[in-house]
Write a protein that binds this ligand. Structure first.
Ligand code: GRF
Length: 195
Protein backbone atom coordinates (compact mmCIF):
# COMPACT_ATOMS: atom_id res chain seq x y z
CA UNK A 1 0.00 0.00 0.00
CA UNK A 2 1.16 3.52 -0.87
CA UNK A 3 0.70 6.16 1.83
CA UNK A 4 0.74 9.92 1.28
CA UNK A 5 1.18 12.02 4.42
CA UNK A 6 -0.07 15.62 4.56
CA UNK A 7 1.62 18.00 7.00
CA UNK A 8 1.64 21.68 7.91
CA UNK A 9 4.56 21.97 10.33
CA UNK A 10 7.26 19.96 12.09
CA UNK A 11 5.83 16.63 11.02
CA UNK A 12 6.61 14.61 14.15
CA UNK A 13 3.59 12.39 13.40
CA UNK A 14 4.79 12.02 9.80
CA UNK A 15 8.19 10.87 11.10
CA UNK A 16 6.56 8.33 13.41
CA UNK A 17 4.40 7.01 10.56
CA UNK A 18 7.24 6.95 8.01
CA UNK A 19 9.64 5.20 10.37
CA UNK A 20 6.97 2.60 11.23
CA UNK A 21 6.52 1.55 7.57
CA UNK A 22 9.45 -0.87 7.38
CA UNK A 23 10.09 -4.58 7.17
CA UNK A 24 6.93 -6.67 6.80
CA UNK A 25 4.65 -3.62 7.17
CA UNK A 26 2.07 -3.69 4.33
CA UNK A 27 2.60 0.01 3.50
CA UNK A 28 5.33 2.41 2.44
CA UNK A 29 5.32 6.22 2.33
CA UNK A 30 5.01 7.51 -1.26
CA UNK A 31 4.75 11.28 -0.65
CA UNK A 32 4.97 13.93 2.06
CA UNK A 33 2.90 16.95 1.03
CA UNK A 34 2.86 20.24 2.94
CA UNK A 35 0.66 23.34 2.62
CA UNK A 36 3.69 25.44 3.55
CA UNK A 37 6.94 25.22 1.52
CA UNK A 38 8.86 26.00 4.74
CA UNK A 39 7.27 23.23 6.79
CA UNK A 40 10.00 21.66 8.92
CA UNK A 41 8.70 18.18 8.19
CA UNK A 42 9.73 18.45 4.52
CA UNK A 43 13.43 18.25 5.39
CA UNK A 44 12.77 15.28 7.68
CA UNK A 45 11.03 13.53 4.79
CA UNK A 46 13.86 14.37 2.39
CA UNK A 47 16.37 12.96 4.91
CA UNK A 48 14.38 9.70 4.74
CA UNK A 49 14.41 9.62 0.95
CA UNK A 50 10.66 10.21 0.74
CA UNK A 51 9.27 12.20 -2.21
CA UNK A 52 8.08 15.63 -1.08
CA UNK A 53 5.91 18.39 -2.47
CA UNK A 54 4.35 21.55 -1.15
CA UNK A 55 1.40 23.65 -2.20
CA UNK A 56 1.30 26.99 -0.44
CA UNK A 57 -2.28 27.66 0.61
CA UNK A 58 -1.74 31.41 0.94
CA UNK A 59 -1.97 32.35 -2.78
CA UNK A 60 -5.32 30.56 -2.76
CA UNK A 61 -6.57 32.43 0.30
CA UNK A 62 -10.34 32.27 0.38
CA UNK A 63 -10.52 29.78 -2.49
CA UNK A 64 -10.40 26.32 -0.95
CA UNK A 65 -11.36 24.65 -4.22
CA UNK A 66 -8.35 26.18 -6.03
CA UNK A 67 -5.99 25.17 -3.22
CA UNK A 68 -7.33 21.61 -3.27
CA UNK A 69 -7.11 21.44 -7.07
CA UNK A 70 -3.41 22.33 -6.67
CA UNK A 71 -3.04 19.64 -3.97
CA UNK A 72 -4.53 17.05 -6.30
CA UNK A 73 -1.64 17.32 -8.79
CA UNK A 74 1.18 15.90 -6.61
CA UNK A 75 -1.32 13.58 -4.94
CA UNK A 76 -2.53 12.02 -8.18
CA UNK A 77 1.08 11.74 -9.39
CA UNK A 78 1.96 9.79 -6.21
CA UNK A 79 -1.20 7.66 -6.55
CA UNK A 80 -1.61 6.87 -2.84
CA UNK A 81 -3.89 4.10 -1.58
CA UNK A 82 -4.14 5.86 1.79
CA UNK A 83 -3.80 9.51 2.85
CA UNK A 84 -2.74 10.32 6.41
CA UNK A 85 -3.37 13.86 7.63
CA UNK A 86 -0.68 14.41 10.26
CA UNK A 87 -0.63 17.81 11.87
CA UNK A 88 -2.35 19.11 8.73
CA UNK A 89 -4.02 22.35 9.73
CA UNK A 90 -6.26 23.10 6.73
CA UNK A 91 -9.97 22.24 6.59
CA UNK A 92 -10.77 20.18 3.49
CA UNK A 93 -13.98 20.64 1.52
CA UNK A 94 -16.56 17.85 1.19
CA UNK A 95 -15.58 17.50 -2.50
CA UNK A 96 -11.97 16.69 -1.63
CA UNK A 97 -12.96 14.44 1.28
CA UNK A 98 -15.49 12.55 -0.85
CA UNK A 99 -12.81 11.86 -3.46
CA UNK A 100 -10.69 10.09 -0.79
CA UNK A 101 -13.52 8.85 1.42
CA UNK A 102 -12.69 5.64 3.23
CA UNK A 103 -8.98 6.04 2.45
CA UNK A 104 -8.11 9.18 4.44
CA UNK A 105 -7.16 9.22 8.14
CA UNK A 106 -6.55 12.04 10.59
CA UNK A 107 -5.13 12.29 14.09
CA UNK A 108 -6.79 14.74 16.44
CA UNK A 109 -5.39 15.65 19.87
CA UNK A 110 -8.48 14.91 21.97
CA UNK A 111 -10.68 11.99 22.99
CA UNK A 112 -13.32 12.56 20.29
CA UNK A 113 -16.17 13.29 20.33
CA UNK A 114 -14.89 15.68 22.99
CA UNK A 115 -13.14 18.88 21.85
CA UNK A 116 -13.44 18.91 18.10
CA UNK A 117 -11.53 21.84 16.58
CA UNK A 118 -8.61 23.75 18.07
CA UNK A 119 -7.02 24.42 21.49
CA UNK A 120 -8.04 20.99 22.74
CA UNK A 121 -5.52 20.82 25.60
CA UNK A 122 -6.49 24.20 27.07
CA UNK A 123 -10.17 23.20 26.82
CA UNK A 124 -9.59 19.90 28.62
CA UNK A 125 -7.72 21.72 31.40
CA UNK A 126 -10.43 24.38 31.56
CA UNK A 127 -13.04 21.65 31.97
CA UNK A 128 -11.03 20.02 34.78
CA UNK A 129 -10.87 16.68 32.94
CA UNK A 130 -8.91 13.96 34.74
CA UNK A 131 -7.82 12.42 31.46
CA UNK A 132 -7.23 13.50 27.88
CA UNK A 133 -5.70 11.94 24.80
CA UNK A 134 -5.79 11.57 21.01
CA UNK A 135 -7.96 9.95 18.37
CA UNK A 136 -7.31 8.59 14.90
CA UNK A 137 -10.44 8.67 12.75
CA UNK A 138 -11.52 8.29 9.14
CA UNK A 139 -11.96 11.71 7.59
CA UNK A 140 -15.51 12.63 6.60
CA UNK A 141 -17.01 15.92 5.44
CA UNK A 142 -17.81 16.97 9.02
CA UNK A 143 -14.77 18.28 10.91
CA UNK A 144 -13.12 15.81 13.32
CA UNK A 145 -16.15 13.54 13.10
CA UNK A 146 -15.50 10.32 11.18
CA UNK A 147 -15.50 6.71 12.45
CA UNK A 148 -12.95 6.29 15.26
CA UNK A 149 -10.09 3.91 14.42
CA UNK A 150 -8.16 4.32 17.66
CA UNK A 151 -7.64 6.28 20.83
CA UNK A 152 -4.87 6.70 23.39
CA UNK A 153 -5.42 8.16 26.86
CA UNK A 154 -3.14 10.17 29.15
CA UNK A 155 -3.74 11.43 32.69
CA UNK A 156 -4.12 15.13 33.31
CA UNK A 157 -1.65 15.89 36.12
CA UNK A 158 -1.77 18.60 38.80
CA UNK A 159 0.03 21.69 37.59
CA UNK A 160 -0.40 20.75 33.94
CA UNK A 161 -0.44 23.65 31.51
CA UNK A 162 -1.51 23.26 27.86
CA UNK A 163 2.09 22.77 26.66
CA UNK A 164 2.83 20.02 29.19
CA UNK A 165 -0.42 18.23 28.41
CA UNK A 166 0.14 18.63 24.66
CA UNK A 167 3.59 17.06 24.96
CA UNK A 168 2.17 14.09 26.88
CA UNK A 169 -0.55 13.62 24.22
CA UNK A 170 1.90 14.01 21.33
CA UNK A 171 3.99 11.13 22.71
CA UNK A 172 0.89 8.92 22.49
CA UNK A 173 0.04 10.19 19.01
CA UNK A 174 3.38 8.80 17.87
CA UNK A 175 2.39 5.37 19.22
CA UNK A 176 -1.27 5.38 18.19
CA UNK A 177 -1.08 6.58 14.60
CA UNK A 178 1.45 3.94 13.46
CA UNK A 179 -0.55 1.21 15.22
CA UNK A 180 -3.76 2.29 13.49
CA UNK A 181 -2.09 2.66 10.08
CA UNK A 182 -0.62 -0.83 10.25
CA UNK A 183 -4.07 -2.33 10.88
CA UNK A 184 -5.81 -0.05 8.38
CA UNK A 185 -3.26 -0.88 5.66
CA UNK A 186 -3.88 -4.59 6.29
CA UNK A 187 -7.61 -4.02 5.80
CA UNK A 188 -8.39 -4.49 9.48
CA UNK A 189 -10.89 -1.92 10.69
CA UNK A 190 -10.91 -3.01 14.35
CA UNK A 191 -10.12 0.07 16.49
CA UNK A 192 -6.87 0.34 18.46
CA UNK A 193 -7.30 1.26 22.13
CA UNK A 194 -4.01 2.15 23.81
CA UNK A 195 -4.14 2.27 27.63
C1 GRF B 1 0.23 18.67 17.15
O1 GRF B 1 -0.48 19.62 17.92
C2 GRF B 1 -0.51 17.38 17.17
O2 GRF B 1 -1.22 17.23 18.39
C3 GRF B 1 -1.48 17.51 16.04
O3 GRF B 1 -0.82 18.33 15.08
C4 GRF B 1 0.18 19.13 15.72
C5 GRF B 1 1.53 19.03 15.04
O4 GRF B 1 1.84 17.71 14.86
N1 GRF B 1 -1.81 16.23 15.51
P1 GRF B 1 3.17 17.28 14.01
O5 GRF B 1 4.33 17.36 14.96
O6 GRF B 1 3.31 18.27 12.85
O7 GRF B 1 2.88 15.88 13.58
Amino acid sequence: KRVAILISGGGSNMVALADSMAGDHPARPCLVLANDPDAGGLDKARARGIAVASVDHRPHAGDRAAFEAALMEPLEAAAPDIICLAGFMRVLTPDFVNRWQGRMLNIHPSLLPKYRGLNTHARALEAGDGEHGCTVHEVTAALDDGPVLGQARVPVLPGDNPAALAARVLEQEHRLYPAVLRRFAAGDRRPVWLP
